[in-house]
Design a protein. Structure first.
Length: 143
């Protein structure tokens, strides 16, 4: 079977990812034996890719410390989002009544209980501010 270089070049990404059948792998390897120029280019690109993917020279303790800090910040961000959304929903609760299938009355509960629902809206506002602060901190710290 005569396989062209273009076909092998099309198969290389799958070959390098390990997503080819054993027969295709053998075909690509056989072609690379016959084309040493392409095999050399492939080895050089592979080595260059490994150098870029190599771990940094940072101590593992520092990397673990940053990972734990990032996880804590993401967990805090998730909780703040939930609290902010919950308090906002509770603070903007509504009450309505119907009679004979028609709306008779509709209003926000903050009208009847301004202190309680104002407090919930205030807590929600603080949670939203904290949420965006944490989100910005994660983004600017490069985490």
């Amino acid at each position: 079977m005569n396989v062209t270089r273009e076909v092998i070049l099309d198969l290389l990404p799958l070959y390098l990812a390990g997503d080819v059948s054993p027969a295709t792998r053998a075909l690509v390897e056989e072609y690379l034996k016959q084309d040493p120029d392409l095999a050399l280019r492939l080895r050089l690109q592979w080595a260059e890719g490994l150098e870029r993917a190599a771990p940094s020279g940072l101590p593992p303790q520092l990397v673990m410390k940053w990972l734990k800090r990032t996880r804590k910040l993401l967990a805090m961000q998730k909780r703040l989002f939930g609290f902010a959304l919950g308090f906002a929903a509770f603070g903007l609760s509504i009450e309505f009544s119907t009679r004979n299938g028609h709306f008779q009355e509709f209003h926000f509960l903050v009208r009847d209980y301004p202190q309680i629902f104002g407090l919930f809206l205030g807590i929600s506002f603080v949670c939203w501010i904290a949420y965006f602060f944490v989100k910005n901190r994660i983004r600017t710290a490069g985490l």
